[in-house]
Design a protein around this ligand. Structure first.
Ligand SMILES: C[S@@+](CC[C@H](N)C(=O)[O-])C[C@H]1O[C@@H](n2cnc3c(N)ncnc32)[C@H](O)[C@@H]1O
Length: 262
């Protein structure tokens, strides 16, 4: 996840405005930053997942890959290698940890990830939230097959992998599970799709649900989507980690935007 030219200025701006825990007055945000964000997790938790990442980064197999979403700026072939996908699609440990810790912080019981890819972030969420039920959706059957193998390797039984287009699978899923406590929206990074998934997710949420959006600075469309989501009347707190944006709809919190150094 290197900073590409178009976003360099945005990143400089982010670093300039971002606050560490000292500038944060919301108890909800402060407690997360203090107790989780800047704390390392045990190596017995992350090492098995990082070993899987290392193996995927060496895997030269080429797979059929039909992108159902906005595509990638780096994967330009219909038959990418697993190592190419592992290098360019997966969240690095730092952000996978952040997502999993947010789930831990709010004691999420039901979690949805849109976009499994090879499953390493799903494994972080699973490892730090063993009691939660995790539903992860992936459109590419070949990718999903490889992800499922990694889940089986680590015996991650709380992960339910659903293969198919979000547009068909998500509404079905939301009608048969309790309202999720956490959404991680990490696929189909267009303005239109992001807003559409957010509106659908909002209808299936409780007061404590958190929504995490990946790549909020990836394109003008994503920047526009993030700006609209932050100012949505139901959103109270927003947290900008540059690569990820997080919003809460808890009405007990006053409306505030935080840019958090990470
Ligand atoms: C960036 S990757 C996910 C990375 C993963 N969440 C992580 O943190 O490592 C996005 C994935 O979403 C999938 N995807 C994008 N749009 C989709 C759609 N409309 N339906 C199903 N899958 C989709 C792609 O196939 C891709 O594997």
């Amino acid at each position: 996840m290197c900073i590409i030219m178009g976003t360099l200025l945005d990143y400089i701006q982010y670093r300039f405005f971002a606050k560490s825990r000292h500038g944060i007055h919301s108890p909800f945000v402060y407690e997360f930053v203090e107790k989780y964000l800047y704390q390392e997790i045990e190596s017995s938790i992350y090492q098995p997942i990082e070993n899987i990442r290392v193996a995927l980064l060496k895997d030269k197999r080429q797979i059929e890959f039909e992108d159902f979403g906005a595509g990638s700026k780096k994967i330009r072939t219909a038959k990418p290698s697993v190592k190419n996908l592992a290098k360019n699609s997966l969240k690095p440990k730092k952000y996978a940890k952040l997502i999993a810790q947010l789930a831990q912080y709010i004691q999420a019981e039901n979690i949805i990830e849109l976009g499994t890819s090879l499953g390493t972030t799903t494994l972080y969420i699973s490892a730090l939230n063993p009691k939660a039920k995790i539903y992860t959706l992936e459109g590419s059957p070949e990718l999903a097959k490889i992800a499922q193998k990694q889940f089986d390797k680590l015996n991650a039984r709380n992960i339910n992998l659903i293969v198919g287009n979000f547009d068909q699978k998500l509404p079905d899923l939301l009608n048969r599970i309790p309202k999720p406590d956490l959404y991680f929206i990490d696929g189909n990074h267009t303005y239109e799709a992001t807003i559409r998934y957010f509106k659908l997710a909002l209808k299936h949420s409780n007061g404590n649900t958190l929504f995490i959006f990946d790549d909020i600075n990836w394109s003008d469309g994503m920047k526009k989507a993030w700006s609209e989501i932050k100012s949505h009347p139901q959103v109270s707190i927003s947290m900008d980690f540059f690569y990820l944006g997080v919003v809460s709809i808890n009405p007990n919190y006053s409306k505030e935007d935080f840019v958090i150094r990470y």
